[in-house]
Design a binder for this molecule. Structure first.
Ligand code: GLV
Length: 339
C-alpha cells in the first residue's frame, strides 16, 4: 500500500521530519531562504496528500486548484492569515495551526520589545557604537518607566494573557480589549476591560496581540495613534497588516506615541528603505516572536503530528476548521490511496 505523500515547504527541525518520514513519503524545499518560488510550490503540492507550510505560503483557491489530492494544510504558525480557511472548508480540506507551544516565547519577545523601546536600548547601543555616548547627566537618554505603569493589551488571547502575566510581575495595571470580555482574565490577572478608544487613551504601553483578520486589518491608523499618550509605547507582535505604517511613521515623527516596537511589518522582509527604520523611536525585529530552537521544534512537531494524524484517519490535534470534516468526501486511512 502506498504511503501518503507530503510536501514540506521549508527545511524543518529533524525530529519533525523523522516523524513524517516514519509513515509518509515526502519532498521538501530543502532550504531556509528564500522560500520556494510559487510555481515550484504549486507543482510540488499537485502530488501531495498533505502539506506542511510556513506563514509565507499563500493557501488559497489557486493552491486548492493546483493540489486536488491535498487533505490537510498544516501551518507551522499560530497565525493563519495566509490561509483562506473558508475555501479549504468548502473543499473538505483541514487546516491546522500551532497554538500554545509558542505562547511564552512570543510573550517574551513582546516584553523584550516593550522594554527595549521604553528604555531606548537600541538607540543607546547605537550611540555607544557610534561614539555618541554623552557623559552622564540628569537628562541623558531618558526613557519611560515600566514598573507600575498601565499596559493595555489588544486581543488578550493566549499570548496576550502571557504578556499580562509578565505585566503583573512589574506591578502594572492591566487593561485589555477583546471582542468579548474574559471573566477568567479579570479574575486571574486583575485585568480590566476597556473599549478600544479608552484603552488607547489610558495606556502607557499598548501591546497588540490579536490575530490579523478582516476586522483587525489596519486597526491602528492615524486616529488610533492620536488617541495614545505622548509618552506611550506601542508594541506589535501580531501581524504587520494590523498597522498602517505610513500613519505610524507620521505619528512617531510627531511624538505620539512616544515610541513603537514592531516584530512584524506590512511586507516582510520590510525593505531597508522603509522610512520607519530611520526613526530613533522605532525598534524593529525581523518577525522572531517564536524564534527559539525549542519552540520552533515544538511548532514543527505539532504541525507534523497534525499532518500525520489526518493522513492516517485520525483527528488533527489543533484544527482551525474542524467543520471541514463534514464537507469531506474522502475516507480514512488515506494510505490506501494510489500514489
Ligand atoms: C508566527 O508569526 C506565528 O503566527 O506563529
Amino acid at each position: 500500500m502506498a504511503k501518503p505523500h507530503v510536501f514540506i515547504s521549508r527545511r524543518i527541525p529533524q525530529p519533525a521530519l523523522d516523524l513524517i518520514a516514519s509513515t509518509c513519503t515526502y519532498s521538501m524545499w530543502d532550504h531556509l531562504s528564500p522560500p520556494a518560488p510559487r510555481e515550484v510550490f504549486l507543482s510540488e503540492a499537485a502530488r501531495a496528500d498533505g502539506v506542511l507550510v510556513m506563514p509565507s505560503e499563500r493557501i488559497d483557491a489557486e493552491f486548492l486548484d493546483a493540489a486536488p489530492r491535498c487533505r490537510i494544510v498544516a501551518n507551522m504558525a499560530v497565525g493563519y492569515d495566509n490561509i483562506d480557511v473558508a475555501a479549504l472548508t468548502q473543499r473538505g480540506v483541514i487546516a491546522t495551526n500551532t497554538p500554545d507551544v509558542l505562547t511564552e516565547t512570543t510573550a517574551d519577545i513582546a516584553w523584550a520589545l516593550l522594554m527595549a523601546a521604553a528604555r531606548r536600548v537600541v538607540e543607546g547601543h547605537k550611540a555607544v557604537q557610534a561614539g555618541r555616548w554623552e557623559p552622564w547627566h540628569p537628562f541623558y537618554m531618558l526613557g519611560q518607566d515600566v514598573f507600575g505603569a498601565t499596559i493595555g493589551i489588544v486581543g488578550a488571547g493566549r499570548i496576550g494573557t502571557a504578556v499580562a502575566r509578565r505585566a503583573r510581575a512589574f506591578h502594572m495595571r492591566v487593561l485589555y480589549h477583546n471582542r468579548r470580555r474574559s471573566p477568567q482574565l479579570e479574575v486571574a490577572l486583575d485585568a480590566t476591560y476597556r473599549e478600544l478608544d479608552d484603552l488607547l487613551r489610558e495606556s502607557d504601553f499598548v501591546v497588540m496581540t490579536a490575530p490579523l483578520t478582516a476586522e483587525t486589518r489596519g486597526l491602528f491608523g492615524a486616529r488610533e495613534f492620536a488617541l495614545m499618550k505622548d509618552t506611550a509605547v506601542f508594541v506589535n507582535v501580531s501581524r504587520g497588516g494590523v498597522v498602517n505604517e505610513k500613519a505610524l511613521y507620521e505619528a512617531l515623527k510627531a511624538g505620539r506615541p512616544w515610541a513603537a516596537a514592531l516584530d512584524v511589518f506590512e511586507v516582510e522582509p520590510t525593505p531597508p528603505d522603509n522610512p520607519l527604520l530611520q526613526l530613533p523611536n522605532l525598534v524593529a525585529t525581523p518577525h522572531i516572536g517564536s524564534a527559539t530552537l525549542r519552540t520552533r521544534t515544538a511548532m514543527a512537531m505539532l504541525a507534523a503530528r497534525n499532518l500525520v494524524s489526518v493522513l492516517h484517519g485520525e483527528p488533527p490535534l489543533t484544527p482551525i476548521n474542524p467543520e471541514a470534516l463534514r464537507h469531506t468526501t474522502w475516507t480514512a486511512p488515506l494510505s490506501s490511496k494510489e500514489d
